[in-house]
Design a protein around this ligand. Structure first.
Ligand code: HEC
Ligand code: HEC
Ligand code: HEC
Ligand code: HEC
Ligand code: HEC
Ligand code: HEC
Length: 425
């Protein structure tokens, strides 16, 4: 009797184990193609020509995997589109002709894993819209990162839970077997305590809660106020791509503060009206929101007029204006000191290094993490333009060393860029 039961128990145990391993394996297989990694890769390599939902230089990429019969060929295309065209593939050549024979950049450096990540991101973006408008980050602060980290956190949570259940089952089996063995030998044992009264289980549950709770609290606290990729909906659909990209308006025309002061500053309505007293219609390429909705540029210009009280037909201000309340995107905590002119003028840094390809963005999103590690890493690796820069004339020792070829460059760190008090009040 003991043997039979024990074999049944073991079979049961083995199947539970197989089930768990299977579940964990399927989770990690899904996690292998990481859409958040893909998103970064996409933004770095593809976003200059592609958008998931709309046609730019290249096709909109939503649903692209269905358009390619062979995933291997799709990989080859992204690695080296010319080789696919040369092989005479009909679909690829038709597409190439449709896009006026614009060659796509080759990406030999991307691994197959990288490409799977990018495709996973495209797939996720495409379905997010199909399932209804993606939640615009109206609530603010943590939306962007919380969602991505939540994905991983959930996975770990589920695995932990499965492991806990396995542990519970194993303990239960163990105690049952002990009891059976004892019964067989005729030793009287007390009835087993039900698991919810068992001290060991209660202790285990408390420990588990503690770990999971702690994980989320700490994660939340670190991410608090961080909002990479934050892209709020603005009161007017004002496109940087139209202004700074297509029409080549200099960033400093509107953000003059970036050169002169701590803050780059958002332009006042007067600056808009310098041009828009005349430009009252939009006739450029069709604009879309990130959710893929069409935008009527002329109606958006009218919103500007409504704010400043301008009458288009009378060509004069007829009403008192009310300021446009742009939603602020970048926001460092109060205890951090950051100065634009220091970076743009003294440091000679490009806006794009910190803000991404603004000239490609219809709606601005936060490109950099704005974490302390982000600032410090750049200060460690970036060389300051030392020679002929008045700003650094006080560092005589370094000038001496450069002249004597003892050092060939000076990093921001060497001029004090990683000292706490430089960035913290
Ligand atoms: C210089 C612009 C450019 C860049 C950068 C670029 N592409 Fe393309 N891509 C194109 C063009 C243009 C086409 C259309 C075919 C052609 O003309 O070669 C295309 C076509 C494609 C297609 C086929 C689309 C379809 O509808 O079947 C895929 C997939 C693709 N690109 C993926 C990528 C990925 C992934 C990246 C980034 C790693 C990337 N592209 C970067 C310009 C670009
Ligand atoms: C014609 C005026 C104009 C020009 C030119 C312009 N911007 Fe802007 N910029 C704005 C306005 C208005 C906003 C606020 C609305 C928004 O966020 O889209 C803004 C917002 C921004 C923001 C986000 C600010 C925040 O809230 O954190 C950044 C970053 C930015 N611009 C960078 C640039 C860069 C870089 C360039 C040049 C490539 C540029 N801008 C050119 C008008 C302009
Ligand atoms: C230096 C001139 C200039 C300035 C300054 C300027 N614009 Fe424009 N704006 C343009 C041009 C050029 C177009 C494109 C017209 C076209 O293609 O038909 C445009 C188009 C637009 C459009 C329609 C396309 C879109 O982006 O949605 C809106 C809305 C707009 N501007 C709002 C603003 C606002 C708000 C400001 C102030 C922050 C501003 N503009 C400042 C020149 C300017
Ligand atoms: C070294 C990185 C860096 C460079 C270079 C840089 N910015 Fe910024 N920018 C930031 C940070 C960080 C913030 C957030 C500042 C804050 O919250 O106090 C910011 C904020 C902004 C804002 C929001 C309003 C403000 O002043 O806080 C605008 C607009 C802006 N930047 C435009 C520009 C333009 C235009 C350039 C190029 C001329 C530029 N930035 C160059 C890092 C940079
Ligand atoms: C893309 C690279 C880059 C990033 C990112 C960056 N910095 Fe800098 N930073 C520089 C350079 C280059 C200088 C040198 C200019 C100078 O000496 O003032 C500098 C100088 C400084 C200085 C003056 C240091 C000194 O010794 O006087 C401060 C303060 C500073 N950065 C703060 C920040 C903060 C805060 C952040 C993050 C929000 C940040 N920086 C992000 C490149 C960067
Ligand atoms: C180059 C600029 C820079 C330097 C140098 C720097 N910090 Fe920071 N620090 C930041 C920024 C930016 C944040 C805000 C990070 C965020 O919001 O996630 C920050 C945040 C912090 C925080 C809050 C916790 C957090 O991660 O948000 C502490 C504590 C801190 N720094 C301590 C220090 C100490 C101690 C030093 C010296 C060893 C130092 N910092 C040097 C830029 C800097």
């Amino acid at each position: 009797m003991y043997r039979r039961v024990s074999i049944r128990m073991r079979k049961h145990f083995v199947s539970v184990l197989v089930l768990c391993v299977g579940m964990i394996a399927s989770f990690s297989a899904r996690a292998a193609a990481d859409p958040s990694k893909g998103k970064t890769l996409f933004q770095q390599n593809c976003a200059s020509c592609h958008n998931v939902h709309k046609k730019l230089t290249g096709p909109a990429l939503a649903g692209v995997e269905e358009r390619w019969v062979d995933k291997k060929l799709l990989h080859q295309w992204i690695h080296n589109s010319a080789s696919v065209l040369a092989s005479g593939d009909a679909y690829a050549n038709a597409l190439f002709n449709e896009y006026n024979k614009t060659p796509m950049t080759q990406f030999p450096a991307l691994s197959d894993g990288d490409i799977d990540d990018i495709l996973a991101y495209i797939g996720k973006e495409a379905t997010a819209v199909a399932a209804g408008p993606a939640t615009p980050a109206a609530g603010g602060a943590t939306t962007g990162t919380a969602e991505e980290e939540g994905g991983n956190g959930l996975l770990f949570g589920i695995i932990t839970l499965i492991l806990a259940v396995v542990a519970l089952i194993l303990m239960q089996i163990n105690s049952n077997l002990n009891k059976l063995a004892a019964d067989k030998e005729g030793i009287a044992t007390p009835e087993p305590v039900p698991f919810y009264k068992n001290k060991a289980y209660i202790a285990l549950a408390i420990l588990l809660l503690f770990i999971v709770g702690g994980y989320f609290t700490i994660n939340g606290a670190i991410g608090l106020g961080r909002q990479k990729d934050y892209m709020p909906e603005q009161p007017i659909f004002y496109s940087h791509k139209v202004h700074a990209g297509i029409n080549q308006i200099n960033c400093l025309y509107c953000h003059a503060g970036a050169e002169k002061s701590k803050h780059a500053m958002i332009p006042s309505e007067n600056i808009c009206m310098n041009c828009h007293k005349v430009i009252n219609e939009y006739s450029g390429p069709t604009l879309y929101t990130a959710e893929g909705k069409k935008v009527n540029g002329t109606a958006e210009i009218q919103k500007l007029y409504d704010h400043v009280g301008w009458d288009v037909t009378a060509k004069e201000y007829t009403k008192p204006g009310k300021p446009i309340e742009w939603t602020r995107i970048h926001n460092l905590p109060d205890h951090v000191y950051f100065n634009h002119s220091q970076h743009v003028v003294a440091g000679k840094q490009q806006c794009q290094t910190c803000h991404g390809a603004i000239t490609e963005m219809d709606e601005v999103h936060q490109f950099a993490e704005l974490s302390m590690g982000w600032c410090v890493n750049c200060h460690r690796t970036t060389k300051v333009q030392f020679a002929d820069n008045k700003y650094y004339s006080i560092f005589e020792k370094f000038h001496e060393q450069v002249k004597n070829h003892e050092i060939d460059s000076v990093t921001v760190e060497m001029v004090g860029g990683t000292e706490c008090q430089k960035c913290h009040y």
